[in-house]
Design a binder for this molecule. Sequence first.
Ligand code: 0RQ
Length: 501
Amino acid sequence: MALKFISAEEAAALIHHDQNVGFSGFTHAGCPKVVPVALAKRAEEEHAKGNPFKIGMFTGASTGDTIDGSLARANAVKFRTPYQTNKDMRNAINNKQVHAPIDYFDMHLSQVAQEIRYGFLGGVDVAIIEACEVTEDGKIIPTAGVGITPTICRMAKTVIVELNSKVPARLRGIHDLYELQDPPKRRHINIFEVQGRVGLEYVKVDPSKIFVVETNEESEGGGFAPVDETTARIGENVANFFVSEMKNGRIPQTFLPVQSGVGNIANAVLGSMGINKDIPRFEVFTEVIQDAVLDMMREGKISFASGCSLTVSNEQLHQLYTDLDFFKNKMVLRPSEISNNPGLVRRLGVIGINTAIEVDIFGNVNSTHVMGNTMMNGIGGSGDFTRSSYISIFVTPSVAKNGDISCIVPKVTHEDHSEHSVKIIASEYGVADLRGKGPNQRAREIIEKCAHPDYRPMLHDYMTLQQNGHTPQSLYGCFSFHKAFLETGSMKNADLAQYKK
Ligand code: 0RQ
């Protein structure tokens, strides 16, 4: 049957107040760009007429400003899940704008598709998918990011495809699109190597529910901050740790697949692994394929990358499209329930590297909440990987905000990853190895290897507050660092003496 071509405004008119909308993509990569902007405009027009207009939002992870920014500014969002990074969306979530806050719930990315399927989150009325090709028999080929695309395409009553001519149709073949069956019918996933494939190169839907909007919008990929002294040292420390693990026979000479979180620090760690001559060629089994991965593939340091998205700068993306013949057989883009699948992570022996906001001296990690209450981005895929990794590593600078915040604290103000899952912590000062160590030893290791020297005596002092019990945690003094920051502007003013018996 012939495809139905419509304008972005006509597509927005298909979406109604209180409906749930699923968006393709993962980070800015693979997200629709023109329909969400038209939808935001429609919401503003309805609000001006005195009509309510808010949607529920399902995404793969964070999105571009055209989705999160436009819809948050238009006060068009009722609830949203999962990970987000947009300033306006974050402010709305943290109730820092005039209108009602957005109900945001933070989830492990590998679980979003299945929780939608299980019916835990409400149905999907409309899916908006960016594609580089759509056929009359209903085959949709995504662009640079996948996320929850197969699930929302199948479940939505209406599928709006943004057919983006900036993305070459030759991208077809890079994806491996597969949806898990739900229990009790779920079977094992037939992926035994990083490059294993189990799915199709397209998502197939009933063509009668497809509406196509043609676009030629650029991706929203910004560049990364240049590596600074701190991130470079964190990267070197992690790379040197890997070399010593190989020498000690704990990482095989052929190495193991690596997952690396999103952001400047993660990009710098990969960069350091690239220049370390003692680290052999390795594979990547990750969620976001960042700039450093593409550079290292060109240099031959990374042989294959499995991920959910090409979270790269526009410059890198254009170069990849130009060099598609080189990259296409070295890369696969999967839905987030496969790219981040904890079972596969454990099967393949993935080494997970993620970034913390703060870690405590016992090895618990806060990746999401500043001062325990303000949402930064969300847990993303860090939990999918951390719990199941061969070695789970958290990286963090020792201090934030010009040294007034220690990122190593007595107790984290929000806990995303527990001491049971976190094996290694690395800062610019060194690497704390928590494997096989109890709370007292772990605390000494973290303080001496990772904390900023200005905070080491205070952290050691904290350890003397509570001497009984298995974990020397003082319920009276555990937030004294945070309290000092809130009251005086610096954790350096924490007064531990008052809690001494
Ligand atoms: O603030 O932006 O005002 O300068 O946090 O910190 O050091 O620039 O690091 O960009 O890598 O982000 C954990 C947020 C780190 C990110 C987090 C302030 C700091 C700065 C950003 P400014 P940096 P990054 C992949 C997997 C989620 C979990 C994960 C993240 C800003 O990596 O969201 O890895 N991770 N998911 O000053 C107050 C502290 C602070 C602090 C840092 N202790 N207190 N502010 N900051 N530590 C994601 C996907 O799944 C797609």
